[in-house]
Design a protein around this ligand. Structure first.
Ligand code: HEM
Length: 450
């Protein structure tokens, strides 16, 4: 069974039709040739965009010359009301400074310290789903709940049942639904006279989220000052000094960072986990393998035990290949660059597409099939190096990648240990790019005790 893939649009369409398709969904707005092309140019009277799949060119942009391909200002336009000057949006010296302060919080040793919070949140998610055994459940809602709980517990030592945490979570849900076209402005640099798609409710929702996060951050600042702060990610980041300047983040700067941690940290993981559960539900042989592996985790597993979950990790990696939560990333050219014999004009948009590269017909064997065993094959190993970037790559790589690769397999294993998931007939989810890759009408699965 081939997992759902959005239909491609015809090769040639008018600009107007393209814009309209784009507003609906950026995945199905693309032509099928992008699954075979090394590079594609989008020319219109207003802009040039280049989608790049060729591994060595992607490497140039992300790893070799990242400073020559800064993050596109078009992305910032859509996300600025929520994220301010967060590390996700900044460039140059400001971005470098922010990464110097943030990165140490996510290093291996520190990750180990966040494990108990992840474990507790995963157990809570398992209990919630166990109580629904026998029902058909909308899974994205469950995984969003679980991933948000993990972020709140690891960042601020509060479970999602906490009043403030729960309010932030519900505001984020409203935000992600009200902002489905955040990628549009980035991928399609529209001329200035075309109205932006900042809806009033999106802006209001961003304002409310920031007010709540400011409350959390200010409270933490006071706890740090009085020596009563818990040793979680927020305290770590807020007390880390930039090794170059000796400064810490101000409260305002921290609010920007907390906003992106919540957003990047729970939206992405929730998307990946929901697709992973769907793929396991539709591939029961893999579900049984994960369940068998999960039996080896004892009731008080620790961080080191995660290394035992090999199959579960391969399932999660394969999910991130087929449904990369961040389907496309956009950079801008500074001028003077040449790709495949073509000179790129200054200010052109360079689109790196995990979505297309992960399903590229000239790189991957059976690209649209779900096969976690591929990671042991020669082709799988080669592609893991050259054509796999769910967390991006190079200096701007996702700082939460290690975190996500613990959280994802842990939650999957704990859920599979005593639950069984199966698909509901006639409810095949349709992937669309909202803020992350989601199912247009949710993912509905039957849950039973194993
Ligand atoms: C499955 C889970 C995740 C996926 C697939 C994912 C993917 C990504 C990708 C592709 C980027 C680069 C975007 C770009 O350059 O345009 C990114 C950046 C980022 N991610 Fe993640 N992420 C995940 C989880 C997390 C978690 C758990 C956190 C934090 C707790 C996090 C924090 C960030 C931050 C702060 C950035 C911005 C880094 C920068 O621009 O320097 N992510 N993520």
């Amino acid at each position: 069974m081939i997992p759902p893939k959005p239909p491609s649009r015809p090769d040639k369409v008018s600009l107007l039709r393209y814009l309209r398709l784009f507003r609906q969904d950026i995945l199905s707005a693309q032509p099928a040739r992008l699954y075979r092309a090394w590079m594609a140019e989008f020319r219109t009277p207003f802009f040039r965009s280049y989608l790049i799949n060729q591994p060595d060119l992607v490497k140039t942009v992300l790893k070799e010359s990242p400073m020559a391909f800064p993050k596109s200002g078009r992305i910032a336009e859509g996300l600025r009301p929520l994220l301010g000057e967060s590390v996700f949006l900044t460039n140059g010296a400001k971005w470098l400074r922010q990464r110097r302060i943030i990165d140490p919080a996510f290093e291996g040793g520190r990750l180990r310290e966040t494990f108990p919070a992840m474990w507790q949140a995963s157990q809570a998610a398992r209990a919630r789903l166990r109580s629904r055994a026998g029902d058909t459940v909308e899974i994205e809602e469950q995984t969003s709940h679980a991933a948000a709980d993990i972020i709140f517990r690891t960042l601020f030592s509060i479970p999602i049942e906490d009043d403030l945490a729960s309010r932030v979570f519900h505001e984020f849900r409203a935000y992600q639904r009200s902002q489905p076209i955040v990628n549009l402005a980035a991928f399609l640099p529209l001329p200035r006279f075309v109205p932006r798609f900042h809806r009033a409710d999106t802006k209001a929702s961003a304002r409310r989220i920031r007010a709540l996060i400011t409350e959390l951050t200010e409270a933490r600042q006071r706890e740090i000052a009085s020596g009563t702060a818990p040793d979680d990610l927020a305290t770590k980041i807020m007390t880390t000094r930039d090794p170059v300047t000796g400064e810490t983040f101000t409260t305002d700067e921290m609010v920007d960072q907390v906003a992106i941690f919540f957003l990047a940290g729970h939206e992405t993981s929730a998307s990946a986990l929901a697709w992973a559960l769907y793929l396991l539900a539709t591939h029961p042989e893999w579900q049984d393998k994960v369940a068998a592996e999960a039996q080896r985790l004892c009731e008080s597993a620790d961080f080191a035990d995660m290394a035992k979950l090999r199959i579960t990790r391969d399932v999660f990696r394969e999910t991130l290949r087929l449904y990369p939560p961040v389907p496309m990333m956009v950079r801008e050219t500074c001028g003077g660059q040449q790709f495949r014999g073509r000179k790129l004009p200054k200010g052109a948009q360079v689109v790196l597409s995990p979505w297309h590269q992960h399903r590229h017909e000239r790189l991957w064997e059976r690209p649209d099939e779900f096969d976690p065993a591929r990671w042991g094959s020669e082709n799988g190993k080669q592609c893991a190096r050259d054509a796999y970037m769910p967390f991006s790559a190079g200096p701007r790589v996702c700082p939460g990648a290690g975190f996500a690769m613990v959280e994802g397999p842990l939650l999957l294993a704990l859920l599979m240990r005593d639950l069984r998931f199966s698909p509901v007939s006639n409810r095949v989810p349709e992937p669309v790019a909202f803020l992350t890759v989601r199912a247009r009408s949710g993912i509905h699965l039957k849950v039973a005790l194993r």
